[in-house]
Design a protein around this ligand. Structure first.
Ligand code: ADP
Ligand code: MG
Length: 698
């Protein structure tokens, strides 16, 4: 038999499939189905199990009422219209073991499609009366000639996403036909490998994903097809990385080892070995004409900022500007406050640009100057529409908070192509990282600076006794001269409501702790006010700082040892982790209280809230949490809008398919020859058009 490959099949138009007229072809095209391959890869949403074929006698003794199929002969057809003009079509049917009735309510014209003497298959949930009579209501029925030709009954029936103008039946028939036309599809995995990797062959998988004999066949097919998708992804991204490396236009930034050593030795602390390793990876990349694109991942508090600062130092020494863009003013200011003194010692000028900075002319002049200065800012950095002169390095902090466009804009606002560092404290699970950042190189800081005590997690309900405990914890920390963060309920996207909630909580704490210095911080306050409060908190003058989520990222105060998150069930998992990361920065033992809303308990909040809270208290490891988060939220939310590439994944499920991903990586690295890779790449370009389009994820 001739084996057809994907490439060949993608050239066969669906107009060659029986039953698809012009109009339907238009609808199919609209849904992205143009070739036979597209049709075959239009995988079902689910299956309905009608595979249980029973005799009428079996039906009578059914213990539970479930969907079953009977194969019967029509004895009599009748139609009746009630006084309320409801049409009822009734078929009297029988097999060797007995007879049954099947009724349809409404205009389904059963009587025109079936006649006495026809053999039919009927699937539905039967009704068995006390007298033993069997009746189906609005069941699925089709003519039965040969078992193989049954389309809607007698098996696991695939259900597809709706396509306008096409019935499920028609889609099923079309796919069956397409599969028949392609009896053998060439497989890039040979028999021996199929056994070794416990995979099903391609042809069987494509058949069984639609029309499996049993569920286990379906799952095997699904595993194989998900495996293929991961293989394709790896092929695409390997190629992308390679071609990224061929792009030139960045300036080589050679780091001066002696200066760099002096720079790092001058810091207040010793770099962790993970920091040293990542700095090294970055410096090597920067010393190339092809732009570095590196994702710097590290848990909250792992010390990403100083790694970025080393890169800035190197760029500046070589005569290039750098820019660091942060998502919030508070964070940009904090970066400025911590990095400016360090860089200033080495005569590198740092400028802060946020919306609150009034006098911009000097900064804007500097953007186009020849000086190798460093800019820290919010998106205000890209709003000036100034072209940076010789921006050699662009750093995006907390990249998950920016859209693709904003990141791109920063990159494009230079006369040269800057090297790029993208930082995130929301580690991306392995599968998603492959799908979203496959073309970035990844550096991971997998170690926290030494001397940090593990944060203790405390989950408290909103019942009175627990509320009192919150107060007790506060007292203990205050006695110890430690400082406390209280983060207020996250209501929704509107900051006004958050501020209102924060003001209420603020009142409560003022009343509870009249002898302590309690302050409030929120996003609507003037920049000077915020800064004053932050510096007071920094200096230890404030005992309790009540705030909205503006505090979420960045803030770093070693003497703060208690974090109280009010209405914790309302926050997202990553948010909770970020907030918790605001304490545990120093050597004192820190605690984080997840306080459920007033009067509620873990048993009376939503399921999702419950899952998030049990996840957050179960571990302090951000990487683990982000995988849990993915499972709680579902991948849809993760993929979001600006990561459209993911829509190409038709069957691999980023939440659950880690093992298949790992298997595919193993296969990819061990078994794929250059020729095969070439072929798979070709197929991938056909099957993953969106991934091919995602030019830059940064
Ligand atoms: P994140 O990775 O969350 O952005 P930061 O870069 O803000 O973390 O660092 C958190 C804190 O840890 C800062 O106060 C920073 O000065 C400090 N820090 C960074 N690296 C080290 C280190 N190697 N040893 C001790 N403290 C460090
Ligand atoms: Mg940070």
């Amino acid at each position: 038999m001739v084996k057809r490959d994907i490439n060949y099949l993608s050239n066969i138009d669906i107009s060659e499939i029986k039953g698809f007229g012009e109009k339907r072809i238009k609808s199919l095209n609209k849904s992205g189905i143009k070739s036979i391959v597209d049709l075959i890869r239009f995988y079902p949403r689910k299956h309905i199990d009608r595979s249980d074929i029973l005799t009428i006698e079996d039906v009578r003794s059914l213990f539970e009422f479930k969907e079953i199929t009977v194969l019967v002969k029509i004895v009599k057809v009748s139609v009746f219209t009630t006084r309320s003009r409801l049409r009822i079509a009734t078929l009297l049917v029988s097999d060797e073991t007995g007879d049954a009735k099947a009724k349809w309510f409404g205009p389904q014209y059963i009587e025109t499609r079936f006649k006495e003497g026809d053999t039919v298959a009927i699937s539905g949930v039967p009704d068995v009366k006390k007298t033993g009579s069997v009746e189906f209501k609005n069941a699925t029925i089709e003519k039965y000639l040969e078992f193989d030709e049954l389309n809607e009954t007698g098996a696991l029936i695939p259900i597809y996403k709706k396509i306008e103008g096409l019935s499920s039946t028609l889609i099923r028939k079309g796919i069956k036909h397409a599969l028949k036309r392609t009896p053998e599809i060439e497989d890039y995995i040979n028999d021996e490998q199929l056994t070794d990797y416990e995979l099903l062959d391609r042809t069987t998988s494509l058949n069984d994903i639609h029309f499996p004999e049993g569920l286990s066949n379906y799952y095997k097919a699904k595993k194989r097809l998900a495996f293929d998708e991961f293989i394709y992804l790896q092929t695409i991204f390997k190629r992308k990385k390679k071609s990224n490396k061929l792009i030139t236009g960045s300036e080589k930034i050679q780091s001066n080892n002696e200066l760099m050593e002096a720079f790092t030795e001058n810091l207040d602390f010793e770099l962790t070995s993970a920091q040293k390793r990542t700095i090294n990876e970055i410096l090597i990349d920067m010393n190339k004409n092809s732009p570095m694109k590196r994702l710097l991942q590290g848990d909250v508090g792992s010390g990403k900022t100083i790694v970025a600062a080393c890169a800035v130092y190197s760029a500046s020494n070589a005569g290039f500007k750098s820019a660091l863009m942060a998502p919030t003013e508070v964070l940009a200011e904090q970066h400025y406050n911590s990095l400016n003194p360090i860089l200033d010692k080495h005569n590198i000028k740092t400028y802060l640009l946020t919306s609150s900075v009034k006098d911009r002319s000097e900064i804007i002049n500097q953007m186009s100057s020849a000086e190798p200065v460093f800019f820290i800012g919010t998106h205000a950095l890209i709003q000036e529409n100034v072209v940076f002169n010789n921006l050699g390095l662009a750093i995006i902090d907390e990249q998950q908070r920016f859209g693709v466009d904003q990141r791109k804009k920063l990159i494009e606002s230079s006369n040269i192509i800057p090297h790029q560092i993208v930082m995130t404290a929301t580690p991306i699970p392995r599968t998603t990282a492959l799908a979203v950042y496959g073309d970035l190189d990844i550096s991971i800081i997998d170690e926290l600076p030494p001397g940090r005590e593990e944060i203790e997690n405390i989950l408290l309900s909103g019942l009175e006794s627990d509320n009192n405990q919150v107060v007790d914890y506060c007292k203990q920390h205050l006695l110890d001269n430690s400082q406390i963060f209280v983060v207020c309920p996250y209501i929704d996207e509107s900051e006004n409501k958050d501020i209102k909630a924060a003001e209420n909580v603020y009142e409560q704490y003022i009343n509870l702790f009249p002898d302590s210095n309690v302050k409030i911080l929120h996003g609507r306050m003037k920049s000077e006010e915020k800064e004053l409060i932050m510096s007071q908190m920094n200096n230890g003058q404030i005992d309790i700082l009540v705030s909205t989520v503006v505090i979420e990222v960045g803030i770093d105060i070693a003497n703060a040892t208690l974090m109280i998150i009010e209405s914790a069930e309302r926050f997202g998992l990553n948010q909770l982790h970020q907030l918790r990361g605001r304490v545990g920065r120093g050597s004192k033992k820190s605690q984080c209280i997840f306080h459920i809303s007033n009067k509620l308990t873990i048993d009376t909040i939503t399921d999702v809230g419950k899952q998030r809270l049990s996840a957050i208290v179960s571990t302090n490891d951000g990487f683990k949490l982000s995988e849990m988060d993915l499972q709680i939220r579902g991948e849809g939310k993760v993929t979001g809008t600006d990561q459209s590439g993911l829509s190409d994944l038709k069957i691999a499920d980023l939440r659950y398919d880690f093992e298949i991903l790992n298997l595919s990586k193993l296969f990819f690295n061990k078994e794929i020859t250059p020729e095969l890779e070439e072929r798979l790449y070709l197929e991938a370009t056909l099957l993953f058009p969106n991934f091919m389009k995602v030019e830059d994820t940064t």
